[in-house]
Design a protein around this ligand. Structure first.
Ligand SMILES: Nc1nc2c(c(=O)[nH]1)N[C@H]1C(S)=C(S)[C@@H](COP(=O)(O)OP(=O)(O)OC[C@H]3O[C@@H](n4cnc5c(=O)[nH]c(N)nc54)[C@H](O)[C@@H]3O)O[C@H]1N2
Ligand SMILES: Nc1nc2c(c(=O)[nH]1)N[C@H]1C(S)=C(S)[C@@H](COP(=O)(O)OP(=O)(O)OC[C@H]3O[C@@H](n4cnc5c(=O)[nH]c(N)nc54)[C@H](O)[C@@H]3O)O[C@H]1N2
Ligand code: SF4
Ligand SMILES: [Mo]
Length: 745
């Protein structure tokens, strides 16, 4: 009797966590106004002080100074003395607090009832349902029949807990993230070329280069503050933009190469050919630090300027001019983003850029590098710590020693760590189709909008026995499909770390209260662990900072070793710290790049030349579908599937509300389309109605639709890079025609 009453009196974990939500905001420890050595701001530890934290949108990782009243955020300004953004922010950053306050914030768990309506329940009911349904599926169909899809947009500590809970605690094998849509290509390219997934640069390189080559990267729109860093470059750099479209970035470049879509591989092999022909290579670097150059030399011998011109549309004199620029540049840097990664031959294309840097010795020195720019605020955290593609800390699921190490550090049975890698995102989707996967848990991503070939995805999701979506809003395309919606706190309402494009680890802080019963993802994962019955396994994962200490230990001895970072306070005081920073290493400089010593991560210390013959474009334009569809970012004020940015009245003023298609005047004329006409864009898989934006920014034969509008992925074709399994979002065949009577809009 006595025993029972103590149980009743003790608040359960969910009550404690909810109570914590109502407790004080930013802890004293984190009330630092930001003093990063670039300027001095007096430390004032009062509730009306300011506190600096990393922006939760893109991977640039700007610091925002949040102004507090009674400990609560009332406004923000870009942090003046932070080494990343030095006082600048883009519109999304400026309005990051507004998007937290929206009518469609998820404030309670929602369960779909017998009539198909989602209705609010309390946490104990939601947790019970989650565990019962998932366990039931696993009991009938095996532990692998449940999978998860994560994200590059929650804190590192959260993604580590999700990946560990799912795989070690709940017995899942398969879990991937939206980073597959985004960074998978760069990951595989770096691993094969350098021996570890390691983007080598620091943003200072933007300011140190004298030749900057931007490939499939529209910095002005997608990474505006990185573009600002280029604008601060005092060396009057040549800026060469390789993009089929005349983007905002291409317009500002010193040279734009409007190549045919997906002909990059031929272009860069052709450049390598010219550099070798003219002896413009760094023989010493090649001999001492690389492997496979002779074979590469033989391979590119075929890529004559004539052949390159025929395939890419870039003529020989222009190609010669670029080769000369690379030769004459003392500090040449190559940067790429989705125009490279999102391709059916993305890995080899990324490596064709890495090869150019290697053969010209443009690595490890200021202003150089083969530099993949990441996308989401914590894509880099996901690459190292999400426990999806890699075992925690950049380890390998298939390596027995790695499993032992992780088991020892986490104090869990080694048998609970899967000894095989997860299926990739597309394989998980296939797995649902073939009924091998029947339960899915989607966290902080919106696949029903963002995944390639949307009709297929929605059909596939509707076949699931149980779909759980964990999001901050109830109205996302995916949340609307959920059998169970778990309400999440957002950036600004929780603590943790993010890792930016240049490997800098920075802090996010709690400066606002999450609405209703919504909880930080971290708390939701802890609740599920407890309710699942594996809480004991995670007894040391009590807070984000406690997990950070575990992650440090997991990184020990790895290329991404961060054992030298004492704690959150150190991150706060230093303006973030780039990995690696191992214990006992000298005090880190504010800007650090990799490979200064010419040693790569393969056992022999050498980088590899990787190459392969180009492959045919799947679904090239045809008589029926004569145009090639390019997709990507539309404006600096729109973020992905627009769940967040559409909530800000200011941001909404800065982009067209409805979907539009950029079409060249030549193609418009052929189809009788005038500016601002309503048109239908259709592929073999679906169609959308859009406004025609007749413009020379796209070449004849190509059209562009921004990814922010829900309909775009009705058109795209599900095809993938064979090594990274990243979707090739930037090519499929379409036609455009005026809207006709039979089109119901
Ligand atoms: N405002 C804003 N900023 C963002 C985001 C956002 O949604 N909104 N998202 C973030 C994320 S997650 C990411 S991944 C990044 C993406 O950043 P970016 O990769 O810069 O953006 P995209 O517009 O997807 O693609 C870049 C360019 O690739 C070009 N391209 C298409 N096909 C080819 C090709 O075959 N060859 C070459 N060379 N280029 C090609 C397109 O024309 C496009 O201009 O942006 C991040 N920043
Ligand atoms: N056609 C086409 N499609 C593309 C691309 C393209 O270029 N062309 N680009 C691809 C790329 S690079 C990317 S990265 C993807 C992005 O695709 P998604 O990941 O699907 O896009 P987001 O809108 O960022 O979705 C994030 C979701 O997480 C929710 N959320 C935000 N913060 C939190 C949080 O703290 N906790 C929880 N639980 N939820 C949160 C948001 O409300 C939103 O629903 O799109 C891909 N799709
Ligand atoms: S550039 Fe990226 S990190 Fe900086 S303020 Fe804009 S969205 Fe935030
Ligand atoms: Mo992305």
């Amino acid at each position: 009797m006595n025993h029972t009453s103590t149980i009743i009196e003790r608040p359960s974990l969910w009550q404690t966590l909810l109570r914590q939500e109502d407790g004080p905001l930013t802890s004293d420890l984190l009330l630092q106004p930001g003093r990063f050595g670039l300027g001095q701001v007096p430390a004032k530890q009062a509730p009306d002080a300011t506190t600096a934290m990393i922006c939760g949108f893109c991977s640039t990782g700007c610091s925002l100074t949040v102004h507090l009243k009674n400990g609560e955020a009332i406004n923000l300004t870009p942090t003046v003395d932070y080494p990343v953004n030095v006082g600048m922010a883009c519109p999304k950053g400026w309005d990051a607090l507004t998007v937290l306050k929206a009518d469609d914030r998820a404030t309670a768990p929602l369960v779909r009832d017998a009539n198909g309506r989602q209705r609010a329940v309390d946490w104990p009911t939601a947790l019970k349902l989650f565990c019962e349904r998932m366990k039931d599926i696993q009991r009938r169909h095996g532990p692998e029949s449940v999978a998860f899809l994560g994200t590059g947009q929650i804190a590192t500590e959260e993604m580590a807990l999700l990946g560990s809970l799912a795989k070690f605690g709940m017995g899942m094998i398969h879990g991937d993230g939206n980073t597959r849509q985004c960074m998978a290509t760069a990951v595989v390219a770096y691993k094969q070329s350098f021996g570890f997934d390691a983007p080598p640069y620091t943003y200072d390189d933007f300011e140190q280069s004298d030749v900057i080559v931007l490939v499939g990267a529209n910095l002005c729109i997608a990474h505006p503050i990185m573009w600002q860093r280029i604008c601060r470059n005092p060396h009057q750099p040549q800026i060469i933009v390789v993009d089929p479209r005349k983007t905002e970035t291409a317009m500002a470049a010193t040279l734009h190469l409007p190549l045919r879509p997906k002909s990059d591989l031929v272009l860069f092999y052709g450049l390598a050919h010219l550099l070798i022909r003219d002896g413009w290579i760094d023989g010493e670097f090649i001999a001492n630090h690389t492997d496979g150059f002779e074979e590469f030399q033989r391979h590119v011998a075929k890529y004559t300027p004539e052949r390159v011109a025929e395939t890419t549309g870039i003529d020989s004199p222009t190609l010669e001019r670029v080769a000369r620029a690379i030769h004459e540049g003392r500090r040449v840097s190559f940067w790429w983003t989705m125009g490279v990664n999102q391709s059916y031959e993305g890995v080899r294309t990324a490596q064709s850029l890495i090869n150019l840097a290697l053969m010209t010795g443009n690595l490890g020195r200021p202003g150089t590098g083969a530099n993949s720019i990441t996308g989401q605020c914590n894509a880099m955290g996901s690459r190292l710590f999400s426990n999806t593609t890699n075992l925690l800390g950049g380890h390998d699921f298939q390596n027995a020693e790695h499993r032992q190490k992780v088991a020892r550090i986490l104090d869990i049975p080694v048998a609970s760590i899967p000894n095989r890698p997860s299926w990739a995102y597309d394989q998980i989707i296939e797995g649902i189709l073939s009924e091998k996967i029947r339960g899915l848990w989607v966290v902080a991503t919106n696949p029903a909008h963002s995944w390639i070939n949307q009709h297929m995805l929605r059909d596939v999701f509707s076949r699931l026995n149980f779909l759980v979506v964990q999001d901050m809003y109830t109205t996302t395309e995916t949340a609307q499909m959920a059998d169970l919606l778990l309400p999440a706190a957002a950036w600004g309402e929780k603590e943790g770390t993010l890792i930016n494009s240049e490997r800098r680890i920075g802090l996010i802080k709690k400066v606002a209260r999450a609405p209703g019963q919504s909880l930080a993802d971290f708390s939701i994962f802890r609740l599920i662990a407890e309710n699942w019955g594996c809480g004991e396994m995670f007894r040391r994962w009590t807070s984000p900072e406690a997990v950070f200490q575990l992650l440090k230990e997991l990184s020990r001895g790895q290329p991404c070793d961060i054992t030298g970072i004492a704690d959150y306070r150190m991150l706060d005081e230093r303006g973030g710290v780039q990995w690696p920073f191992a214990e006992q290493s000298p005090d880190p400089a504010p800007q650090r790049r990799l490979f200064a010593d010419g040693r790569f991560y393969h056992p022999d210390g050498k980088a590899r030349f990787m190459f392969e013959a180009p492959t045919e474009m799947p679904e090239a334009p045809s008589t029926d579908f004569p145009l090639l569809l390019l997709t990507g970012r539309g404006t600096a004020s729109q973020w992905h599937t627009q769940t967040r940015t559409s909530k800000s009245a200011v941001l909404r003023q800065l982009y067209p509300p409805d979907v539009y298609v950029e079409i060249n005047p030549v193609d418009a004329r052929k189809s009788g389309i005038r500016p601002n006409d309503r048109v239908v864009v259709e592929s073999q898989r679906g169609k959308l109605a859009a406004t025609a934006f007749v413009t020379h920014s796209v070449q004849p034969g190509q059209v562009f639709v921004p990814m922010h509008y829900e309909a775009v992925n009705r058109l795209t074709l599900a095809h993938f890079d064979p090594y990274s399994r990243q979707p090739s979002y930037k090519n499929c065949a379409v036609r455009v025609r005026p809207v006709e009577n039979h089109d119901r809009e």
